[in-house]
Design a protein around this ligand. Structure first.
Ligand SMILES: [Zn+2]
Length: 288
C-alpha cells in the first residue's frame, strides 16, 4: 500500500526521495521540522525516529495510506486458495462401515463360503479367506435393510471392499459375470483395490486389471508373505486413472502391472506407463 502525498504535511522532493512530516509522529505533536518521513522511489517509506517499529508504520498507513488500493490488493486472485484438483474420497458413515464389516465377517467366518467362492473361480480357499481377513473381500446379503444394486442380483453375493466403495460380483441374466457398486448406499467410489494394505515397509506393489486376477496372483503366493513388503492391488476397472493420493502412496516403491492380453489391457498399460513415468516411479509390466 502506498502513501498519498496529498495526505502528508509539507512533502518536498529530495533527489529521488520525498521527505515529509510523519503523520504518526505529527498526531502526538512531534516532527515539527517535518523531516522524519522518507518515501523512497519504489514507494517504500520509513520514519527516521521509529525505524523498524511495525505499529508506527501501520499507523502511518492508517493516516496517509491509499485505502482503495489496499482493498484491491486484498481481493486479488492470488489470495484465493487453489482448489484441489481431485476431491478426496468421502468419509464413510457408520452405516456404510457396518455394511462393509458385516459382509467381511460373514465371509471370514464361513469355511463353506470361502470354499464355494474359490471352487467357482479356481482360486484357493485360503486366498479368499485371507482377503476377508485383510478386509478386502466379503459376502453381502440383501434384504429390506440393504437393497440390491440390480434386480438381477441374487439375494447374497461375494463383494470386493474398496476404501469408499463396495463392488458386488454376480452372474448377470446373460450368464456373464457382472459387477455393481452399491450406489444406493453411496458406496460407489473407486480407488485401487487393497491400496490400504500398503504400509511404510511395502517395497513392491503389484497391480492387476481386476480383482479376480489379483486373487490369482495371491494364489501363486505373491503378496502372501508375512508383513506387507509386497502388496497385490487391482484397478477397479481397466479405464481407471490412478488418483493423485495413490501416486503419492506408491512413490518410492516398485510398481509391477499385470495387464490382460487384450486391447483394454494394452491401453491400460500405455496409460499407466505414462502416469508412473511422469511421476518418476519405478514401473514395469509382467504378462502371466
Ligand atoms: Zn514517525
Amino acid at each position: 500500500m502506498k502513501l498519498i502525498l496529498d495526505r502528508l504535511e509539507k512533502p518536498k522532493e529530495r533527489g529521488a526521495r520525498i521527505i515529509a512530516r510523519c503523520p504518526a509522529c505529527a498526531e502526538i505533536g512531534k516532527d515539527t521540522a517535518a523531516d522524519n518521513l522518507t518515501i523512497f522511489e519504489n514507494g517504500v517509506f520509513a520514519c527516521a525516529v521509529y525505524q523498524g517499529d511495525a505499529e508506527h508504520s501501520k499507523r502511518i498507513l492508517q493516516l496517509a495510506g491509499d485505502k482503495s488500493q489496499a482493498k484491491r490488493e486484498f481481493t486479488a486472485p492470488v489470495y484465493r486458495p487453489i482448489p484441489p484438483r481431485e476431491p478426496p474420497l468421502p468419509q464413510l458413515t457408520t452405516r456404510q462401515v457396518q455394511i462393509m464389516l458385516r459382509s467381511i465377517e460373514h465371509l471370514g467366518k464361513s469355511d463353506e463360503l470361502c470354499a464355494g467362492i474359490a471352487a467357482k473361480r479356481g482360486w484357493k480357499p485360503a486366498t479368499v479367506r485371507h482377503s476377508a481377513q485383510d478386509l478386502s473381500m466379503g459376502w453381502i446379503t440383501f434384504d429390506d435393510d440393504v437393497r440390491k444394486p440390480d434386480s438381477t442380483c441374487p439375494d447374497s453375493a461375494p463383494c470386493f471392499i474398496y476404501r469408499a466403495g463396495l463392488k458386488v460380483r454376480f452372474m448377470g441374466p446373460d450368464g456373464k459375470k457382472t459387477f455393481r457398486f452399491l450406489k444406493s448406499e453411496g458406496l460407489n467410489h473407486k480407488s485401487l483395490w487393497r491400496s490400504e494394505l500398503i504400509t511404510q515397509v511395502t517395497k513392491t506393489v503389484w497391480i492387476t486389471e481386476g480383482e479376480p486376477d489379483a486373487l490369482r496372483l495371491m494364489d501363486l503366493g505373491i503378496g502372501e508373505i508375512d508383513g506387507n513388503a509386497e502388496v497385490v492391488c487391482s484397478l477397479p476397472d481397466a479405464g481407471y486413472t490412478i488418483r493423485r493420493d495413490e501416486i503419492e502412496l506408491l512413490r518410492g516403491r516398485e510398481v509391477i502391472f499385470v495387464p490382460d492380453t487384450d486391447d483394454a489391457g494394452l491401453t491400460a498399460k500405455r496409460r499407466l506407463t505414462e502416469t508412473f513415468c511422469h511421476a518418476a516411479i519405478s514401473f514395469s509390466t509382467v504378462n502371466l
